[in-house]
Design a protein around this ligand. Structure first.
Ligand SMILES: O=C(O)c1ccccc1NCC(=O)[C@H](O)[C@H](O)COP(=O)(O)O
Length: 257
């Protein structure tokens, strides 16, 4: 499934490239005001931090929420105390778009993550051109030279890579990059199985100084507490916030952990 999601994302980017050539997107990326400092926003603190996600649907859960105004939801996340906003820009399975990212960027003053299946420099440029401050790279989807190339391009453009892992081996590959923001996704992106204990098993293997992000499977404050007690500096939450009815109240419960 991960290979298919990535191949589709690359095909969709190639199609966009027909009307927005590389040089045009590159110029737009370079013309953007500087990216916000996500490492500062997500710096470990006395309380857990939250990256709150704009997520309409997903391959594992189908339709989750009708989000007709992503800017309004992002503003609620900001009011609720989120430290950054994740925008799923993949269109086929997640119902997202780069337009969502642009509209969220304009609505909040928090760092914004492009969460997608990024495998080409063009997609990184698109992210910056749309106003992203962070870009997700999924280790399992990339070989080492591509991972290095994309990581370095993200940094060169002033953004922060969030390097997503799902095993000890992938964590080593993230560490070899010198990654400073590393996530462990509880969701196996091929089988969709959730393992909330994976973060805790991998936490001792994080490189010194890296910010530790626990991704996925937060449905309650107890899940946040579980990740926090296992060493998470940051949790990334989608489903619970878009289906919970009151994102501000949900966020405040998560931040009280
Ligand atoms: O969410 C999915 O079903 C999914 C399937 C395949 C690849 C990626 C997928 N989700 C992306 C994410 O990692 C999550 O949206 C994110 O971590 C938030 O997860 P959750 O809080 O469990 O909605």
């Amino acid at each position: 499934m991960l290979a298919e999601l990535t191949a589709n994302a690359v095909a969709d980017a190639l199609a966009r490239r027909e009307s927005a050539p590389f040089a045009v997107v590159e110029a737009a990326a370079l013309a953007r005001p500087a990216a916000l400092d996500a490492l500062e926003a997500l710096r470990p603190a006395a309380h857990v931090k939250v990256i709150a996600e704009i997520k309409r649907s997903s391959p594992s859960r189908g339709s989750l929420a009708t989000i007709s105004d992503p800017a309004a939801l992002a503003r609620q996340y900001e009011l609720g105390g989120a430290s950054a906003i994740s925008v799923l820009t993949e269109g086929r399975k997640f119902g997202g778009s780069l337009a969502d990212l642009e509209t969220v960027r304009a609505a909040v003053s928090l760092p914004v993550l492009r969460k997608d299946f990024i495998a080409t420099p063009y997609q990184v440029l698109e992210a910056r051109a749309a106003g992203a401050d962070l870009v997700l790279l999924i280790v399992a989807a990339l070989d080492d030279p591509t991972l290095r190339e994309l990581h370095d391009l993200i940094v060169e453009l002033g953004m922060t890579p969030l390097i997503e892992t799902h095993s000890a081996d992938e964590l080593e590959r993230a560490a070899a990059l010198g990654a400073r923001l590393i996530g462990v996704n509880a969701r196996d992106l091929s089988t969709f199985e959730l393992d909330r204990d994976l973060f805790g098993r991998l936490a001792p293997r994080f490189p010194d100084g890296a910010i530790r992000v626990a991704e996925s499977a937060v449905l309650s404050a107890a899940d946040v507490a579980h990740y926090r007690s296992s060493g998470a500096d940051v949790v990334l939450v989608g489903e619970a916030l878009v289906t919970g009815g009151d994102p501000i109240a949900n966020l405040s419960a998560f931040l009280a952990v």
